[in-house]
Design a protein around this ligand. Sequence first.
Ligand code: PEP
Length: 238
Amino acid sequence: MILAANFKSNHTRAKTAAYLEALEAFVVAQEIHDEIIIFPPATALMQKSLHVKVGAQNAFAVQNGAFTGEIALEQLEEFGIKTILLGHSERRHVLGESQELIAEKFSFYKEKGFRIVYCIGEPLEVREEGNEALLEYLEGQYEGIDFGYDNLIIAYEPVWAIGSGLTPTEDDIVLIHGAIKKVHNKPLLYGGSVKKDNARAILGLDNVDGILVGSGALDVNDFLAMIKDAKDINKGVE
Ligand code: PEP
């Protein structure tokens, strides 16, 4: 399974270093074989540890240049970063990133061989229109994206579930993930209000290959509990 933590604009460099250290120690001690990724803010990017990947939450689709406020490939290379989160709903809906810009970033970081976690998800008004409208909306987020790319992970994150404490029903997660997997057979994470209390149930669902967690993973101990849940599920522990 794949477990990823998105810090968003939380945690300092020092806190991220302590988090990564705790994570690495746990993964080694517990002999975890799942893929673990953290996405700290840009100021806390650092070399990955032996068993935990560190990814960027965003970067511009250039080597370097005049793009005030953005970071680019050069800044990622400094820390050996080879993983990136693209298409996150906060970048789409709060920061106004278009599908065209996201696709441009995707192509650029694909060319560079990055592991890409590509987020898709519908807003509440679309969810309320039903499954057909939902899947049609997601198709818009497939535009310009090479889903044949080997180093791709998809994260299905309903916009209305992110940071809200709401999640789709388990049946809906299985259904939507099944429909997405039919079109794009890639590792598929669920994201949106995953917490230590619901992670085990979600990780155990059909068509769910892992989770992308925001606020619920800010405390490293909560993320460790989720990693332990995944390990138990791998082993078939109830
Ligand atoms: C996210 O930021 O990708 C996310 C899923 O956030 P949260 O877990 O806080 O809903």
